[in-house]
Structures are given as structure tokens and as C-alpha cells.
Write a protein that binds this ligand. Structure first.
Ligand code: NAD
Length: 337
């Protein structure tokens, strides 16, 4: 079994690479990553000598290179994590989000058509559904919830999902899509809420909270996301969308207060709200539970403790990012024939 994991030097893709190499010791995993600011070779350091793992620095929008990789690797499965993923950055500069998230997906789908694969899996997000009102805790996103995007990031992810579905319907490419809620856990880039707050507490910096901190997110421990994708690529029905979430809703303020409590210090600073800030995300994971038997195994209270401990134990990993040093590690060759 050969799996191409795009975006495997990022947060979730990196966790997925570790998860798959641990679980399936005879699989070949090829990571294809452009190493943008969010890609970090230190995340993959412990698997670089694994004979079943190969890293290729490549851009998914580079059609020629992607085709060469497909031709050389002959993958059975593609799992596409590669993306520009930060909402705030998409508000500042949407163009690269369309380029990577939409056009890059198209290149991968074309490569699947050209070379033939068993499964193309698109890692999408619950943000494609827009948001829910704060005063309706009875409402959840299902797979039938209409797409209703708020940010250039979510619009680009929704566009990619539509393209994936079109390639299934028009060309018969065997695809699946998953839409997951907010992830947290090891190797999370410290511009995102949880790792940013942990790093700031440890560096005696204040903790910036948007608006009043009432926005609600549905948190999932990253390993549970990996186990869900693992199930979908083998057992998920072709052409289907699966929501992934663990019923772990927390306001941003609650998350920050939990981190302060666990670390025993930290000072909140309220800052101007994000433009178009989604109010509440909440996933209904009934379909993946009923159809594939998936359930998350890590409760938020346990997962946040594990995450904080990981950041305490792996200070060099995130300090290199904050200090900009990790860029010096990115000396890998561009893809060569
Ligand atoms: P990330 O920003 O940590 O990692 C993205 C990776 O993609 C990086 O390694 C980067 O170098 C790589 N990349 C970017 N552009 C590329 C290109 N053109 N070619 C090749 N590689 C490229 O992102 P993440 O948080 O790990 O998210 C991974 C995927 O999961 C994304 O598609 C995101 O939309 C989705 N998702 C994320 C969350 C979350 O909570 N983080 C939740 C649901 C879905």
C-alpha cells in the first residue's frame, strides 16, 4: 500500500504521517509538502530514517512535478491535507488560498484521473458550513447543511470540496471528503489559539482573546481526526462526505481559562474582534458513527492536559518556530526526477 500524504509537514498531516507509520508498519508513506511557513521538517524528524517513509519537497499546484511524482510513486491512496489554513491570513491575502486550496486540489485530482488511484481523500473543514447562532445549542452541522462560507479560507475549502465532488460525478474519480471541527494536539503551529496561548503563558506574554471570547468551537484531539480519516479511506463510501467531531464545544474564553488553570498563570488581554468572525461551530458526527463505527477516544479535559504536557516537553520545537530558526532546517532538495 502506497499513500501520498500532501501537507504532511503541517500540523494534522504530520500527526497523520506518525499515526499511519506506527499503525501500518508495512505501508509506504510519501509526504509531499511545499514547506510554506507552516510546514516544519522538525515535525517529521523522528521518521526521516524510517525506510517506509519518503519526503518530497513539492508544491501541489506544480502540475509537472505532481505528475512526475505520481508516475514515480504509483500511489494507491492520496490524502490531501496541503492547504493554506489560517483564517486571519486569508483575510489579509486571499490569493494564495485560492491558488493552493482550489487550484492545487484540481492538479491532484487531474493526476488521479491520469494515473488512476484507489482513493482520493480531501481533508476539509466544518467552516464550509458557516456558523451557527450562539443562542441555538440545539443546532448542529450535518452533511446536508448548505455551504455558507464566511472567510476567504472557508470559501476556498468549499470550492475545493465542490471540485472534488464534480470529479467524482463527471470522471468517476473515487473520492471521499471529511469535514472536521477544530483540531488541537502536538505539532500545532503557534499562531492558532491553543498553542499560541500555551506558548504565551510559558513566555510570560499576555493572552490575546478576540472580542469577548464568546465564540464557540468544537474541539477534537488530532489523533481522533487521524483515526477517522484512516477509517474513511478504507471503509468510507466513494462520493460521500463525512463530518468529524467529538461534541466538545467550548467558548474561546473557556479554552483560554482552562490553559491558565492548568499552567497556574496567564493574563487575558481582549483584542479587536476578527472581521466576519464565525460565532459557533458544532458538528453532528452521527453519520460517521453509524456508518463506520467511529468514535473519538480523547475527551477535551484529558486532551488539553496531554497537549500542554507535549508543549512543555517539546519546547525546542515551538521555540524554533517563534524564533524563526526552523526555517534553517528546510534545506531539502526540490523534487528531482
Ligand atoms: P497547516 O497549516 O498546519 O499545514 C499545512 C501544510 O500544507 C504545511 O505543511 C504546508 O507547508 C503545506 N502546504 C501549503 N501549501 C502547499 C502547497 N501549495 N503544496 C504543498 N504543500 C503545501 O494546516 P493543518 O492545520 O494541519 O490543516 C491541514 C488540513 O486540514 C487543511 O486542509 C485544513 O483546511 C484542514 N482542517 C484543519 C483543521 C484544524 O483545526 N487545523 C480543522 C479541519 C480541517
Amino acid at each position: 500500500m502506497k499513500i501520498i500524504v500532501t501537507g504532511g509537514a503541517g500540523f494534522i498531516g504530520g500527526n497523520f504521517v506518525h499515526y499511519m507509520l506506527n499503525k501500518y508498519t508495512d505501508y509506504e508513506i510519501v509526504c509531499l509538502d511545499k514547506l510554506t511557513y507552516a510546514g516544519n521538517m522538525e515535525t517529521l524528524e523522528s521518521v526521516m530514517n524510517n525506510p517506509h517513509f519518503k519526503f518530497i519537497k513539492a508544491d501541489i499546484t506544480d502540475r509537472e512535478v505532481v505528475y512526475k511524482i505520481f508516475e514515480a510513486v504509483k500511489p494507491n491512496i492520496i490524502v490531501n491535507f496541503a492547504a493554506e489554513s489560517h483564517v486571519d491570513r486569508s483575510i489579509e491575502d486571499p490569493a494564495i488560498f485560492l491558488q493552493t486550496n482550489v487550484m492545487g486540489t484540481q492538479v491532484l485530482l487531474d493526476a488521479c484521473r491520469k494515473y488512476g488511484i484507489d482513493r482520493y481523500h480531501q481533508v476539509s473543514t466544518d467552516e464550509v458550513y458557516g456558523d451557527l447562532p450562539l443562542d441555538r445549542p440545539d443546532l448542529f452541522f450535518t452533511e446536508e447543511t448548505p455551504i455558507h462560507t464566511s472567510s476567504p479560507y472557508s470559501a476556498s475549502k468549499a470550492s475545493a470540496d465542490l471540485l472534488v465532488q464534480a470529479y467524482y460525478r463527471t470522471y468517476g474519480v473515487p473520492v471521499t471528503i471529511s469535514r472536521c471541527s477544530n483540531n488541537y494536539g502536538p505539532y500545532h503551529f503557534p499562531e492558532k489559539l491553543i498553542p499560541l496561548m500555551i506558548a504565551n503563558v510559558l513566555n510570560d506574554k499576555s493572552l490575546p482573546v478576540y472580542g469577548t471570547g464568546e465564540n464557540v468551537r468544537d474541539w477534537l484531539y488530532v489523533e481522533d481526526h487521524c483515526s477517522a480519516i484512516d477509517l474513511i479511506i478504507y471503509k468510507g463510501r466513494v462520493g460521500e462526505i463525512y463530518n468529524i467531531g467529538g461534541h466538545n464545544e467550548r467558548t474561546n474564553l473557556e479554552v483560554v481559562q482552562t490553559i491558565i488553570k492548568e499552567l497556574g498563570k496567564g493574563e487575558i488581554k481582549y483584542v479587536k474582534d476578527r472581521a466576519g468572525h464565525d460565532r459557533r461551530y458544532a458538528i453532528d458526527p452521527t453519520k460517521i458513527h453509524n456508518d463506520l463505527g467511529w468514535l473519538p477516544t480523547t475527551k477535551f479535559d484529558e486532551g488539553i492536559k496531554k497537549t500542554i504536557q507535549w508543549y512543555l516537553d517539546n519546547k525546542p520545537w515551538w521555540e524554533h518556530i517563534i524564533n524563526g530558526e526552523y526555517q534553517e532546517y528546510q534545506e531539502y532538495q526540490e523534487y528531482q526526477e
